[in-house]
Design a protein around this ligand. Structure first.
Ligand code: AMP
Length: 217
């Protein structure tokens, strides 16, 4: 893949976007821009944005378009985005997609691909409620599908502290799925019409999904 790719990674919560985005970031040297990660950092830092977003995130609802668009506008202007980026978790609504269009036009750049990773709803609750990450390096694990090789010790960095997302519980997941189907799924026809959309079956081992994504790129 030539340098300078601009990608969107779409898919339901727990569908593996974050994992795949991290792999693409490493493989192609392009930056992962995760609005969820940015918001979680803002919540921890107790910034104005974080204070506004926390209750909405805990309820599994979507943070306002205005706030998200301002956040992305600022981030995409950073020098590390010049070589390309993977948008992970953005856009999530039609107004966000339109704002992104305007932003890219103003910068004279275009999207290369929109990748939708699909996973049936029934699989997502189990995937989400079992996941946890290493506090030190961020490596992702799962109670059932991917335990560390040695219990309580991260395979990657030997860290011994792990964390779970506040919104990775069953009640919030249902709300997050509803938001996805009602507000984000309508974006697929929007990108399909433009010939940008590639649909990948995400209900398979992670490496198979990665291979398929790399193939379409
Ligand atoms: P994620 O890590 O992508 O699952 O996002 C976690 C939560 O952050 C979501 O459930 C929303 O509350 C919020 N969020 C992240 N990205 C967006 C976005 N593009 N638009 C609105 N809310 C968002």
């Amino acid at each position: 893949m030539p340098a300078g790719k601009r990608l969107i990674l779409m898919g339901p919560p727990g569908g593996g976007k974050g994992t795949q985005a991290k792999r693409l970031q490493e493989r192609f040297g392009i930056v992962q821009l995760s609005t969820g990660d940015m918001l979680r950092a803002a919540v921890i830092a107790k910034t104005d944005v974080g204070m506004k977003a926390k209750a909405i995130m805990d309820a599994g609802k979507l943070v306002s378009d205005e706030l998200i668009i301002a956040m992305i506008e600022q981030r995409i202007d950073s020098a590390d985005c010049n070589n390309g980026f993977i948008l992970d978790g953005f856009p999530r609504t039609v107004p966000q997609a339109k704002a992104l269009d305007g932003l890219l036009v103003s910068k004279g750049i275009a999207l290369d691909k929109v990748i939708e990773v699909t996973v049936p709803d029934a699989m997502l609750i189990e995937r989400i409620t079992g996941r946890f990450t290493c506090k030190k390096c961020g490596e992702g694990y799962h109670d059932k599908f991917k335990q560390p090789g040695r219990a309580g010790i991260c395979d990657v960095c030997s860290g011994t502290e792990f964390t779970r997302r506040a919104d990775d519980n069953e009640d919030t997941v249902v709300a997050r799925l509803q938001a996805y189907h009602a507000q984000t799924a309508p974006l697929m026809p929007f990108y399909k019409q433009r010939g940008l959309l590639e649909v990948i079956d995400g209900n398979r081992p992670m490496d198979d999904v990665t291979n398929d994504i790399e193939r379409v790129l």
